[in-house]
Design a protein around this ligand. Structure first.
Ligand SMILES: NC(=O)c1ccc[n+]([C@@H]2O[C@H](COP(=O)([O-])OP(=O)(O)OC[C@H]3O[C@@H](n4cnc5c(N)ncnc54)[C@H](O)[C@@H]3O)[C@@H](O)[C@H]2O)c1
Ligand SMILES: O=P(O)(O)OC[C@H](O)CO
Length: 333
């Protein structure tokens, strides 16, 4: 049993907290709001995200980061990607010096184009052996309901990946392990952009040929960039690549796919933001991923067109027409 601090009590932080508690760990959830802390501690529930789901007794909550981090052996980070740097700068001095970070986030930082593990390294000074990521087809609601699912734990140090793997192996959650942090993180971040794109196609009324074509070309685009950055292409064929892409692009539970669907139905980005407080990472990361691709000379048509739609520069139908009209090429180019 280990002591784990989870930041924060949103959908995935709470669901992964359930996994960790089911696996026998002592979990402290950090929540920004006192009413969430009270609901978790007094009623074993997080009503904002999973009303009616009873949280395990091994989960406690606090709004005090120092209390959450006291004696923590593992620090799970699950805040919106663009807020990580600022939040972590405040928490870092409180983190025990040997604690291992576990990033659950699927985004790329705007401006710097850094992956989340790179932001963690920069802000905390932790070495690669103290930074792991978990990524895979893990829609939070299904995980909170203990529906069976698999995922990937990646760390440059295989022994640490194994520790984190054991930490989160529960009765419903089966983690595999990898040392390909770049591949896992890019698979997770890119699938959100492809999920937005597929959602747009669905919102426009297109069927399975269109979605399968976008998923497959999205995987090719992800692999192109990931390989350029040193990832193993087989990682992208695994749970953190194809697996997550399929879950996100197929499920109405995906916030990214839903966001795209609303765009396809004609809503504006501002109108969609007004209807949900939950994060659709792809709406921000399309710009940073496109930036990363351009800096590395990688062709990224899906990121480019999704970014143009999100900026309001083109419409969703125009995006689909542009994909078809692109100059013909070999499939593997
Ligand atoms: N929800 C899922 O199914 C799922 C699964 C796997 C990975 N992820 C990834 O996990 C990360 C977190 O997503 P989520 O689904 O938990 O999002 P969420 O919107 O459900 O929760 C985000 C949490 O962060 C808090 N928060 C929001 N803005 C903040 C800020 N500026 N500073 C500090 N805290 C802030 C919110 O209060 C909330 O507790 C994302 O990168 C997402 O891609 C989500
Ligand atoms: O709801 P989404 O679109 O953020 O997707 C959730 C998970 O990342 C699926 O693995």
């Amino acid at each position: 049993m280990a002591r784990v601090a989870v930041f924060s009590a949103g959908s995935w932080g709470t669901a992964f907290g359930i996994v960790l508690a089911d696996a026998g760990n002592e979990v402290t959830l950090w929540a920004r709001r006192e009413d969430v802390v009270t609901a978790v501690n007094d009623r074993h529930e997080n009503p904002d995200y999973f009303p009616g789901v009873e949280l395990p007794a091994g989960i406690r909550a606090t709004s005090d980061p120092a209390e959450a981090l006291a004696g923590a052996e593992y620090v799970v980070l699950s805040v919106p990607s663009q807020s990580l740097r600022e939040n972590l700068a405040a928490w870092a001095p409180l983190v025990p010096e040997d604690a291992v970070f576990i990033s659950l986030m699927k985004g790329v930082e705007l401006g710097t184009t850094k992956r989340m593990s790179e932001v963690i390294a920069e802000v905390t000074g932790a070495g690669p052996e103290r930074i792991s990521v978990v990524s895979g087809p893990n829609l939070a609601k299904e995980i909170a309901m203990r529906e069976p699912a698999a995922s990937v734990v990646a760390c440059a140090d295989d022994a640490v990946a194994k520790q984190v793997q054991e930490l989160c192996h529960s009765r419903a959650f089966r983690p595999y392990r990898s040392t390909d942090v770049v591949g896992c993180e890019l698979g997770g971040a890119y699938k959100n952009v492809v999920g937005l794109c597929v959602g747009m196609a669905v919102g426009l009324g297109f069927g399975d040929n269109t979605t399968a074509s976008l998923i497959t070309r999205g995987l090719a685009e992800t692999a192109r960039l990931a390989m350029k950055l040193g990832a193993d292409p087989l990682t992208l064929m695994g749970l953190a690549g194809l697996g997550d892409l399929v879950a996100t692009c197929s499920s109405p539970l995906s916030r990214n796919r839903t966001f795209g669907e609303k765009l396809g139905q004609g809503l504006s980005v501002e109108e969609i933001y007004a209807t949900t407080s939950q994060v659709a990472e792809g709406a921000k990361s399309c710009a940073s991923i496109l930036d990363l691709a351009r800096r590395n000379g990688v062709d990224a048509p899906i990121a480019e067109h999704v970014d143009a739609v999100v900026r309001g520069e083109i419409g969703t139908r125009e995006m689909m027409d542009a994909f078809i009209a692109r100059e013909t090429k070999a499939e593997r180019d």
